[in-house]
Design a protein. Structure first.
Length: 208
């Protein structure tokens, strides 16, 4: 997707949510490249191995989770990280589906241009994480935008959307990325990205 097309999309979302577009750019630029699909029927994804461990433990108990961790620490691990190469994420997801089950694997994966975690499927308007994944793959741009709009309006009963309106990037980063946002300096990076948008695209109007 070229930058003009992405800018138009963000401006459209901005009007729908009544949020300044620099906030949306801050989220997209930190979470992904802004691409809704990456070719070959694939979209940007990232498997979070610590989420696989969490959900597997909740379903099957600590002992079985520890066994899976010891056998496959690359896809089930109490520690975050270990993402490997970007191009290998579908292989990691397939492995997680095989050993942890499809729903746990999808709950533990972030999807699309906005990198929304699968466990947020209800706030995105879906009945399961797998259904969300299927929709995002089937019609990438339309369904990912729809899911993001619904997520922003629903998450924490609108708390995320309010933080976006206030440009409270520390709160946005926490709500979007969890307590580890400080370690990864998400808030600072969002402030920087928002400033870049304002300097570059302030006054930009949507193309016809």
């Amino acid at each position: 997707m070229n930058m003009n097309a992405l800018k138009n999309i963000l401006l459209g979302i901005s009007k729908e949510l009544d949020v300044d577009p620099d906030v949306l750019w801050a989220i997209v630029s930190i979470e992904s490249t802004g691409a809704f699909e990456i070719g070959g029927g694939k979209i940007p994804i990232l498997l979070e191995r610590h989420k696989v461990y969490k959900f597997y433990k909740e379903k099957h108990g600590r002992d079985r989770a520890r066994i899976l961790y010891k056998e496959h620490p690359d896809i089930c691990n109490p520690n975050s990280g270990g993402y490997g190469r970007y191009r290998d994420q579908y292989k990691r997801l397939a492995k997680a589906i095989r050993f942890a089950g499809g729903e746990i694997a999808h709950l533990s994966t972030s999807f699309g241009a906005f990198q929304i975690m699968g466990f947020n499927y209800v706030d995105c308007g879906f009945d399961s994480a797998s259904e969300m994944s299927d929709a995002f793959h089937a019609n990438p741009e339309k369904e990912q935008i729809k899911g993001f709009l619904t997520f922003c309006k629903n998450y924490r009963k609108g708390e995320l959307l309010q933080a976006m309106k206030e440009k409270n990037f520390h709160r946005v980063a926490y709500l979007y990325n969890g307590s580890g946002y400080k370690k990864n300096k998400y808030a600072q990076r969002m402030y920087t990205a928002a400033g870049e948008w304002r300097r570059t695209y302030e006054g930009y109007e949507m193309a016809a």
